[in-house]
Design a protein around this ligand. Structure first.
Ligand code: ADP
Ligand code: MG
Length: 538
């Protein structure tokens, strides 16, 4: 008698189990961290990313690189998620987070080779991660919104080596001023700081506008170019003859009837514009369309108008000028209008922008980035966003830490001490965790062409002798007190990076079975999404 085989899964399912699964996932994670490693720190290199339609991005921003690479391997994708979380939670530190995760997994592999069971490793990593948070809480430095100098240093550290180099002092001023202006009872929403870009002038012309800049021109050339003492109406319905969203059908049997209908429609528009005028408005921002007849009437009244202004811009203008967005004209009166010293149309090269400037105590404003080419402007934008994210994050927690690897070395030192209180095997895991953190200063040194072993040895011995702020200063290429050298980072960068890196490392280490339908994922085939030659960039 022959037994029938039991079929659990269809034949095209790929399955990798045990050690193979682990090694395969670790390899993929390591590859991801290898790719971005060379971009870490102020001396890191940039990458040129070319999309299938030949769009080019030149950047050293971790999350941008990983995003553009279209990675497919499932474990590698989990690494990319770390960068994305870091970006949304802090706005900076994406390379650091991914590198720590990669190194945690690489070091775990060493322990696996020594036949240490994954559960011991994940337990040790978990303990070390929790201890790291404790240590960070203990050694972070407190700051208040009044410490503007420190905030500027945080912004400058974030922008060091990012194409904004020569101008980072100006940018830091702009960033800190912007953040302080939009903060509301200690709450800060980054959405209140608009970043607008203008191609034409130089990077040095980048400016903070106390108001909103729109990528829009006025609807008619007959409208005034400049309106002083602007009274701004914000309306979210169309100034048009017919609402095109409503399908209307009219039966007309004579020319008189048609004329009558048109007259009626025109009268409605005339009424609308009359109401706008009566409110005292001399500027109108309309979220919907404004037709020719309405444009003509507005021009006649010397009212400046932009149409199809996006909802988020409407809200920003409202916050900046104090005007209310109205949904029917009955509501529109002088008290609903926003105020600005000046509204004007300005041309920069090919771009025509509308400036709403000189707002009193605006709760939303604009950083207008100028630059010669799109690639330059985009990289400056990423640098400024890093600076903004770091300043906001420092203010939110009120805590900062020394950069240049100082905090990582101090953490590693204290983690090793902590490890000694644990049983033998977990101690090994905690030690590997500590050395994963040391990978940050090691890489900072390597990317600057310094000898990583010399640097690490010096850093460790200085910390052992109590210099907890000793870090690698890449302005001087020396190990010194980085607080004095003004290399300062937000506390949240480190807590978030260590948290998500260890979570993902632990998750990947727990996997001992990869079951992939459609033949993907289980094999290295998934890495096929990475542009070939990318690995060769290192
Ligand atoms: P991430 O994506 O992780 O933010 P970066 O390329 O921005 O990566 O590099 C951040 C690292 O560079 C941090 O460890 C920070 O302390 C370090 N760093 C910044 N400025 C300096 C400096 N002047 N000297 C040494 N290290 C620096
Ligand atoms: Mg950074």
């Amino acid at each position: 008698m022959t037994e029938k085989p039991v079929v659990l899964m269809p034949e095209d399912i790929q399955r990798i189990m045990g050690k193979d699964a682990q090694r395969n996932n670790i390899l993929a994670a390591k590859m991801v961290s290898e790719v971005i490693k060379t971009t870490l720190g102020p001396k890191g290199m940039d990458k040129m990313l070319v999309s299938p339609v030949n769009d080019i991005i030149v950047t050293n921003d971790g999350v941008t690189i990983l995003d553009e690479m279209q990675i497919e391997h499932p474990a590698a994708k989990m690494m990319v998620e770390i960068a994305k979380t870091q970006e949304s939670e802090v706005g900076d530190g994406t390379t650091t987070a991914v590198m720590i995760a990669g190194k945690l997994l690489e070091n775990a592999e060493k322990l696996l080779d020594k036949k240490i069971h994954p559960t011991i490793i994940t337990k040790g990593y978990g303990l070390a991660a929790r201890k790291s948070q404790e240590i960070l809480n203990e050694i972070a430095l407190k700051i208040t919104p009044e410490n503007e100098d420190v905030l500027k240093q945080v912004a400058m550290t974030a922008m060091t080596g990012k194409g904004a180099e020569g101008f980072k002092k100006n940018f830091a001023e702009i960033i800190v001023k912007a953040v302080k202006q939009v903060q509301n009872n200690g709450k800060i929403d980054l959405k209140d700081i608009k970043i607008e870009k203008s191609k034409g002038d130089g990077i040095k012309d980048t400016e903070l506008i106390s108001g909103i800049v729109l990528d829009k021109e006025k609807v008619s050339v007959d409208m005034p170019e400049i309106v002083d003492n602007a009274k701004i109406a914000l309306i979210d319905f169309p100034l048009e003859l017919k609402n095109p969203e409503i399908d209307t059908k009219i039966s007309i049997s004579s020319p008189e009837q048609l004329q009558g209908f048109i007259d009626q429609e025109e009268k409605t528009i005339k009424n609308m514009i009359e109401k706008v005028k009566m409110s005292g408005a001399n500027v109108v921002f309309c979220q919907k369309g404004v037709d020719d007849f309405a444009q003509y009437l507005l021009s006649k009244e010397k009212i400046y108008c932009c149409r199809r202004v996006g909802r988020s811009d409407m809200e920003k203008i409202s916050k900046a000028t104090g005007g209310k967005i109205v949904s029917n004209l009955g509501e529109l009166n002088s008290s609903e209008l926003g105020n600005a010293q000046i509204v004007q149309e300005i041309k920069h090269g090919d771009d025509t922008l509308t400036y709403i400037e000189g707002c009193q105590n605006p709760k939303a404003l604009t950083i207008l980035i100028h630059g010669g080419t799109e690639h330059v402007i985009d990289e400056i934008e990423r640098a400024i966003k890093d600076g903004l994210g770091d300043v906001v994050s420092s203010l939110k927690t009120g805590l900062v830490v020394p950069g240049g690897g100082a905090i990582e070395i101090e953490l590693a030192r204290r983690l090793r001490n902590f490890g000694q209180t644990l049983s033998g095997r977990e101690q090994l895991a905690v030690e590997e965790f500590a050395s994963a953190l040391e990978f940050i200063p090691v890489t900072l040194a390597e990317n600057a062409g310094l000898d990583p072993i010399d640097v690490l040895t010096e850093l460790k011995s200085r910390h052992d002798s109590g210099e907890r702020n000793a870090g690698l200063n890449l302005f001087t290429n020396k190990v010194e007190n980085v607080l004095e050298a003004r290399i300062i980072e937000p506390y949240k960068i480190k807590t978030q990076a260590i948290n998500s890196a260890s979570e993902v490392a632990i998750m990947i280490l727990r996997i001992d079975d990869v079951i992939a339908s459609s033949g993907k994922g289980g094999s290295m085939q998934g890495m096929g999404g990475m542009p070939s030659g990318m690995a060769g960039l290192d």
